[in-house]
Design a protein. Structure first.
Length: 279
């Protein structure tokens, strides 16, 4: 009797062990595939009243598509631009919406380009001029967003060929400076693909403080990347993000998101500007 009970106990223990091993086998791939949570750092967005907005929708959709395509666990965090850049330099997050420059390339490695953004020249209505190259800015005062980068030639000619007003304010505030004649023109990065569309957007949103024209030739067209600090562990995830970007581009996913939000941006809405810009 005692032997039979012992045998039954051993049999039950064996079945329980087999069940445990079977459950472990099914759960192991999920456990093994769970990686670290990556933080993407984004610049704060604020309204004209100083109220913060998380996102216009385009960025969150692009990040969601990248997370799904790459299989990476991604979260977002919003900071003033300079703080976001410092955190990224320490390897505490990936920096979103970055234009590659020689100065930044010394600190950051970059993903494959996600999309291109024109940098437009905005002037008051009726003050359009022919723009063919940087020499056409001679004698003018140019408004840029603090922290913006526009290439080596711009940096070499600033305060020589033309003057620069570098501000941390919203686009509305900078347009106000333009309306008051404190600057002759301002540079603004926007995914609007035509100057006509961007002119329409500006006059619908900020026609209460002036009327605007966008020159037909952009100052530049910049590729937008995700950046990670060189030599930091977080940079090992850039290849996976780059491959995901390229697959999404081949299927037209990124292009569709950018185009859809560029079209919607033409409609009147509560202004929400990046402060300061990521470009």
């Amino acid at each position: 009797m005692r032997d039979r009970r012992a045998s039954q106990a051993l049999g039950l223990a064996g079945r329980l062990l087999s069940l445990y091993l079977l459950l472990l086998a099914f759960s192991w791939p999920a456990l093994a595939s769970h990686g670290p949570t990556l933080t993407i750092l984004l610049p704060e967005r604020v309204s004209r009243q100083g109220e913060q907005f998380a996102d216009s929708g385009r960025t969150s959709q692009l990040i969601a598509a990248l997370a799904k395509e790459s299989g990476l666990d991604i979260q977002t965090a919003y900071y003033p631009w300079r703080r976001a850049q410092k955190l990224a330099e320490r390897g505490e997050g990936l920096l979103w919406g970055v234009v590659r420059t020689p100065e930044r390339a010394r600190v950051f490695a970059f993903s494959a380009p996600m999309f291109n953004t024109p940098v437009w020249i905005i002037v008051p209505e009726g003050q359009r001029f022919a723009y063919r190259g940087i020499q056409d800015l001679r004698g003018k005062t140019v408004s840029i967003t603090r922290g913006s980068q526009y290439g080596g030639e711009f940096m070499a000619q600033r305060d020589k060929l033309f003057k620069v007003e570098e501000e941390a304010g919203t686009l509305r505030a900078r347009l106000g400076m333009l309306a008051q004649g404190r600057v002759d023109l301002l540079l603004s990065a926007s995914t609007q693909q035509t100057s006509k569309d961007y002119t329409q957007q500006l006059n619908l949103r900020w026609g209460d403080i002036g009327r605007w024209e966008v020159l037909s030739t952009p100052f530049s067209v910049d590729a937008i990347h995700i950046a990670a600090a060189r030599g930091k562990p977080i940079s090992q995830h850039l290849p996976a993000l780059s491959h995901a970007i390229q697959r999404l581009q081949r299927r037209g996913v990124i292009q569709d998101i950018v185009a859809r939000h560029a079209q919607h941006a033409i409609l009147p809405a509560t202004p929400a500007d990046v402060r300061p810009g990521a470009y």
